[in-house]
Design a binder for this molecule. Structure first.
Ligand SMILES: [Mn+2]
Length: 360
């Protein structure tokens, strides 16, 4: 499907439906929420009611997403999965944004209750991808927010500066502030969002980090990171970092903490990929993986039943042994290298220097 076809399909299906439900991935980020709000605006433009399904506990929401929801002050209808499933009928339309797999949405297999579904996404497909003819999935775009912003602009749908802010925030997040996955179109879209009144200061403020979170993540990295070397025939050895709270492996961290720690590890010279593993619940381990051009973390993550793309991948696994999961990752790094080479068995370098006092 081309972007223009997507635009037409959206217009037709929205007009035909009685209510449009919009859903992003579990534990939504700024791209999922930004693109969902953009779609909400499109649905309202065609004079139809919309709801955004979010089923995550408020306390577990990413702080920036929570802030966006607070700042909207009731402008959009957010509902949980139970309410959505009670209300759905044969003329409901479901739009998935920033996600394409049943395993990554709160309604899961109950998606069968929605007869009409449209997917808008920029992640790889696999066997769990929702079955529908109507999908616009491309890896050549920065974010779901970029796709949705293009649709709004193409259709000349009026939208206010706050919508422009949320869409720009989504693009900002997924491009790591215009450092990756950026095309000419991304800049073009951003320019149009700015023209619509997007406020760079507000968008940047969504990315500010809490000092406490900075310390927690720094301690996790410093006390719990090992770096392993993997060979590569043409270039310098590939190095991959693995981070676990090795002092208190059972300590709970949020998915957001893991993601930030993995992002931060990639800022070090010579680190080609990073994995951060932590319990988010008693027996649930979350893994965040980040890769550079040299390592495809999505492929590695698939080996432990997670998913994602080259640069960014995640997994949520039920286990009480975080270290065996780490071993599995270490043993599967080769699938993410361009040339499959044997692992050099070198003892890992352990960074063990502590800042501040550990929390007991
Ligand atoms: Mn995204």
């Amino acid at each position: 499907m081309t972007l223009k076809e997507l635009r037409n399909r959206l217009e037709n299906e929205i007009k035909k439906s009685s209510h449009v439900y919009i859903i992003g991935h579990n534990e939504p980020d700024l791209d999922a929420i930004g693109s969902a709000i953009g779609l909400y605006t499109l649905v309202n433009y065609y004079k139809k009611p919309a709801s955004i399904i979010i089923d995550d506990e408020e306390s577990k929401l990413d702080s920036s997403v929570k802030r966006v929801i607070d700042d909207c002050c009731g402008k959009y209808r957010f509902i949980d999965k139970k309410t959505a499933l009670e209300k759905v009928n044969s003329s409901s339309l479901l739009i998935l944004t920033d996600v394409n797999k049943t395993t990554m949405i709160s309604i899961g297999d109950s998606i069968d209750k929605f007869r009409k579904r449209i997917i808008i996404d920029h992640h790889n497909e696999n066997n769990d991808t929702v079955k529908t003819q109507d999908k616009y999935i491309t890896l050549n775009v920065s974010s779901a927010s970029e796709i949705v912003a293009s649709i709004l602009n193409m259709s000349k749908v009026p939208y206010d500066s706050s919508v422009a802010n949320y869409l720009l925030a989504g693009i900002n997040l997924d491009t790591k502030r215009f450092k990756q996955n950026v095309t000419e179109d991304t800049h073009d879209t951003a320019e149009k969002l700015l023209h619509q009144g997007a406020d760079i200061d507000y968008v940047n403020s969504l990315f500010l980090e809490e000092f406490e979170s900075f310390c927690r993540i720094s301690n996790l990295i410093i006390n719990g990171t090992v770096i392993r070397k993997y060979s590569d025939s043409l270039l310098a050895p590939i190095q991959v970092s693995f981070t676990i709270d090795r002092n208190n492996p059972k300590n709970n961290y949020s998915k957001e903490d893991c993601a930030k720690a993995a992002d931060r590890m990639l800022k070090f010279r010579g680190v080609d990929a990073s994995f951060v593993l932590a319990y988010t619940d008693e027996d649930i381990v979350h893994i965040s993986g980040r890769g550079t051009q040299r390592v495809n973390v999505g492929k590695i993550m698939e080996r432990v039943h997670g998913g994602g793309n080259r640069q960014c991948a995640g997994a949520r696994i039920k286990t009480d042994n975080i270290y065996s999961l780490e071993n599995e990752l270490m043993e599967n790094v080769h699938v993410g290298l361009s040339d499959e080479e044997d692992v050099i068995e070198e003892p890992p370098v352990i960074m063990r220097k502590q800042i501040g006092k550990k929390k007991k």
